[in-house]
Design a protein around this ligand. Sequence first.
Ligand code: TPP
Length: 386
Amino acid sequence: MSPMRDVDHMNDFQLADPVPVQLLREDGTLSEHPQFSSYVEDLEDEVLRELYRHMVVERRFDAEATSLQRQGQLALWVPALGQEAAQIGVIAALRSSDRVFPTYREHAMALYRGISPEELMGTFRATRHSGWDPHTYDFNGYSVVLATQTLHAAGWAMGITQDVATGSLPEGRAADEVVLACLGDGATSQGDAHESMVFASSYQLPVLYFIQNNHWAISVPQKTQSRTPLAHRAAGYGFEGIRVDGNDVLATYAVSRYMTEQIRAGGGPKLVEAVTYRMGAHTTADDPTKYRSREELEEWKSRDPISRYRSWLLTGSKVDQEYVDQVDQEAADLASDLRTAVLAMEPMDLERVFDTVYAEPHRQVEVEKSWLKDYEAGFAEEVDHE
Ligand SMILES: Cc1ncc(C[n+]2csc(CCOP(=O)(O)OP(=O)(O)O)c2C)c(N)n1
C-alpha cells in the first residue's frame, strides 16, 4: 500500500486549465491567434529555417550523447528529447546579450548560443570542473541544485536595474536586458523559485521565468507538484503568466517575443509555462517505464515538435526536401564530431579541484588533497601486483 494519503477527494478547489497558445496544430497546419499570429507572420524564411535546423541538430546531438553514456563514455546524460521547440522558441526570441540562467537540461539553448559540444560535454564526462565561461556566451553554468538559478537570475536582474539607476552599467550591457530564468515544473515547488518570483515582482525586475512543464519531476507527476496550472502562479506574485504549447516552436517564439517586449518596456517580470513532454528518461540513471505508461509516451510522440514543424515548412515551400536532407547531414556530422571529441577528452587533473577552493592555501584543503593522492596511488599499487 502506498504510504501517501489519498488526498484527491479532500479538495475540490480547481482553477480552470488555461488553453495553451498554439499557432501550429499537431498535424502541421497553421491556426490563427488574435494576439500572437502577428509575431510570426513576417518572419523571414531564413529565420524559420534556422529554428528548424537548431531543433534537428540538437535532437541528433542528444541521441549521440545518450549513446555515449550507454557505452560508458559519459558519467551521465540528461536527455532533452521532446523539448526542442520549447528551448529553441524562447532562445530565438532573446537577444544574444540577454543573460540566460539554465537548469541542467537546456542543451538546445546552449548550442544555440554557440557553446561548443566539447564545452558542453566536459561536465558530463567529468573532464572539466565547469563547462564554459558564462560571460563569453551570456549563458550561465548548468544548475543542478533545483531553482537556485532563479535566485541568481533575480540577483543579476537586480544588478542591471541598480546599474541603470546609478548610471554605472558596464560597457556592453544593455539597459533593457531581459534575464531568462529557466526552471522545470518540479522546481516550482522549491522555496528558491518562490523567493525569486516574490523578489522580482517587488522590485519589478526584468526576468522572464520560463517553465518547461515536461509533465514529470523524475517520477513525480506535474499534477502532484502543483494543484493549480503553473501559468496561474504568476498572478499570485503580481505579474502576467501565459501557458503556451511548448511543442510548437512558433507559438513559443511568439509568446516569448511578446513577453520580452513587455519586459524591455519596463513591465517587470513575466512567466511562460511551456507545456511539453520529456520523451526520454529523466537522466540515463533513470528508468521511466517504472512510473509512466507506454500509452502516455505514444500520445506525446504524436505531438512531436519537429515533425509538425517540418511538415508545415515543406507544405508551405519554406524549405524543400534537399534542405531537410542537408540539415540531417549536418546533424550527423556534428554527432560524429562530438563522438571524436568526447573520446579524445583527457581526464581532469583532480588537484585543480582543491587549488580553486580558496585564493590562499588552506590547511584542511591540503589534508584532503594529500588524502586523494594516497588514495589514487593505492590503485596504482593494485595494478602493479597483478
Ligand atoms: C534542491 C534539489 N532537490 C532535489 C534535487 C534532485 N532532483 C534532481 S532533478 C529533480 C526533478 C526536477 O524536475 P523538474 O524541475 O520538473 O525538471 P526536469 O528534470 O523535469 O527538467 C530532482 C528532484 C535537486 N537536484 N536539487
